[in-house]
Every structure is written in C-alpha cells, then in structure tokens.
Design a protein around this ligand. Sequence first.
Ligand SMILES: *Cc1c(COP(=O)(O)O)cnc(C)c1O
Length: 457
Amino acid sequence: MKQEKIPYKIYLNESEMPKAWYNLRADMKKKPAPLLNPATHKPMTADELAGVFCEELIKQELDNTTPYFEIPKEIRDFYKMYRPSPLVRAYCLEEKLGTPAKIYYKFEGNNTSGSHKLNSAIAQAYYAKKQGLKGVTTETGAGQWGTALSMACSYFNLDCKVYMVKCSYEQKPFRREVMRTYGASVTPSPSTETEVGKKILAEHPGTTGSLGCAISEAVEKAVTSDGYRYVLGSVLNQVLLHQSVIGLETKAALDKYGIKPDMIIGCAGGGSNLGGLIAPFMGEKLRGEADYRIIAVEPASCPSLTRGVYAYDFCDTGMVCPLAKMYTLGSDFIPSANHAGGLRYHGMSSTLSELYNQGLIEATSVKQTDVFEAAEYFARVEGILPAPESSHAIRVAIDEALKCKEISEEKTIVFGLTGTGYFDMVAYEKFHDGEMSDYIPTDEELAIYRAKLPKID
Ligand SMILES: *Cc1c(COP(=O)(O)O)cnc(C)c1O
C-alpha cells in the first residue's frame, strides 16, 4: 500500500484543538513529592498557599488525581489566536543530514512573545482576573516569561509587575520594551523596592542578579501588596498542566497520520515545555499502553538533572518560597557569567524530577558551543531562527538522527522547538566572533552549593 505523504506541516482544525489539559500526575503511581512549608517542613496546605498564589491555580497545583481539567472558553479563545502550533516534518533537515530518521518538531515560537510560555501565562492571568485581583507579580530571566505574561495581562486588563534579572535587563533592552509596550512595569533585580532585594544588595554589592533572587522579590511584592498574587512561568505543577496543550496537539497531529514516535526530545530549564510536550505520551507509558524514549536536554553549565541531587531545596535564593523536592544544584547556584544559552534555573520541576528518579525519562547535558553550532545549522537548513534554549533539543535531535544514519535505522524523532531567538543575537554574535567558551562546573564547585541544601528529615 502506498503511504500517504506526510505534509511539511501538520495542522489541526480548530475543532480538533484540546478542550482539556491533561494532568500527568493522575497516572503516576508514585506521585511527585509535595511542596513543604519552609518553617514547619509540613506539606503546604491550600490555605497557606493562598497568600501567594491564585485560588484556582492552587487547586491545580495540589491535585494529583484529576486527569483532565477543562480549558475555560476564554482561554481557548485566546489560544485560537496563535494555536494550534504547527508540527513540522523536518524534511530539509533529514535530507541535509542524510539520515533515514524521520524528524518532527513542534514549533511554539509563532506568537509575539516568541515562546511556549504564553500557554501558561494566559491561563494564569485568566484565573487571577476571575478571582477579582488587581494584578500579578513575577520574575523573568532572559525575558520570555515576562513578555508572555505582559501580553496575557494586557488581554485581561490586569496590572503586571516584572522583576527582571539585572544582567538581562541591561543586556536585553528590547525585551524590556516589548513588556512595557504591553503595559507591564519592569524593575531590574535585585532592587531596593523589596526587603529581600535590599538584603541581597547589601550582602553582594554589584551583583547582576539571578532568577532565584528575582523570584524572592516578586513573591515579597505580591504578599505585601493588596490584590496581587505571584505567578511563575515554569517548575510548578500547574504550569506543566497548562503546557500539556503542546503534547496534546502533538499527539493529535501524529495520530492523524498514524505516526508513533520512538523518541521525544525537549530542552529542560524548569521543565515546563518538556513536561507539557511529553504529557500524553508519558500517560500512555505510565498506563503501560505504549513506550517511548524521552530525553531531557540541559546545559552542561547548569546540569540539575545530570549532576544535581534529588532533595528538598528552596525554589528561590531568598528562601521565601515553599521547599520543593527536585533535582537541584542548590538554590545559591548561578551558572557562570559566560553562559548564554538560557535554562539557568538551579532546580527542576518536581514532576519531571520524580519521573527521572523512576527511570522513566533520560537526561543528557550539552555544551553551549555545540548548542549554538546546532542552532546555526538548523537556521540555515529549516529557516527558523531558534532560541538558544530550544537549540539544546535541536542538538540532541541532530545527534540522534546521525546515530540512526550510522546504523541505518528509521527512527521517528519528535522534538520541541520552544521559541525563536531574535532577542538572543548578542549570544549569537559571541558565537560567530569565536568568543563563546564552555564552562562546566567542577565537582568541587557543585559540592559547595550542595552542602548548603536545607536539612529535611
Ligand atoms: C523558558 C524557556 C525554556 C525553558 O523553560 P522550561 O520551563 O524548561 O520549558 C525553553 N525554551 C524557551 C524558548 C523558553 O523561553
């Protein structure tokens, strides 16, 4: 039988778009460890979380048993402005590599914010609005999350206050201005607007900031301002839930043509895009209906899964957030200054951490010069200018496709192309000028941060 030719882009109709998010935790026999109260070391209750997070989001955060959450119509309407995102068959890349592998990527960069983060930003803004709040606070590193959240907040007419890691604030003025275009206020972190910011500045004068520090500031601002809550763009269970829209669309598109992937590859910073992409596939794996190789790719300079420990740790430098059990490098860990590829968070989503601990997913780390080499190759072959973060997945997808070539194997590879790299051209410039170097932390360095993990019994 002649097989129908798979199109370059597989799109879903509006009517085929997911109507519910899938909560992968429902199918996990051993659940991710609960968030702990940093003072009592007891699991955080909904009441304790209510000062920080929106009510509906807390329900989603704590729910380990409900498999599907209906996507409210208002959010589905917003999704329709930029979704479904295309699932692209990388014919050009396959040909250029000369591989028998079939390569697909799910492209999440087709919206103004330039990444998958908008999928959760719009959900979080919606629930904040529904609760009658005035606004939300958050942190942003490279700026994708802040951009996505500012778009979502302006859609629902919510105030949006962003603490942006100082070095990014200075190096990425364009991101900052996009956020302000959508009405957000942007403060470089650490700042003197918060107690924790002042404390960090006193202890580390001249610091260029970190994600963990910006989180502490945003949380403090939310809990001390009337009508504000804190929202987070990755790591949390609720974010993985919203991002399941990526995986559900991917699976629906593949199913249309009867395609079964052998391996699914995604970059992992806090774990939200990967957690979302793999969700329905992992569900099948957990229920024993199918098997897939799933590979998380992280930077060699911030290797939480591959070289971290599985332990309770603070989510932020200021130690104001709940404790999460995760693969972590320690909350004080900051990747070296020459690291330009994003994915800088010291920990990893507790759901992905638990799956990794159970051996259900694999992890690998890659050096940034290899990542940018893959990014440039991909841009030239497939046309899309990828975000450095996304290019971690590209690197490993290309490497796996080349392995298939060596042994003449026709594997089907799906990877997540999480965003575009237009605002990352300073990093690309370093690469082109031969000024990019690789810094891999030594075991001794990692041990210093590990020694500071909180002791939980
Ligand atoms: C934020 C971001 C990531 C990493 O975050 P995860 O939560 O691990 O998905 C990856 N790619 C892009 C483009 C991003 O903006």
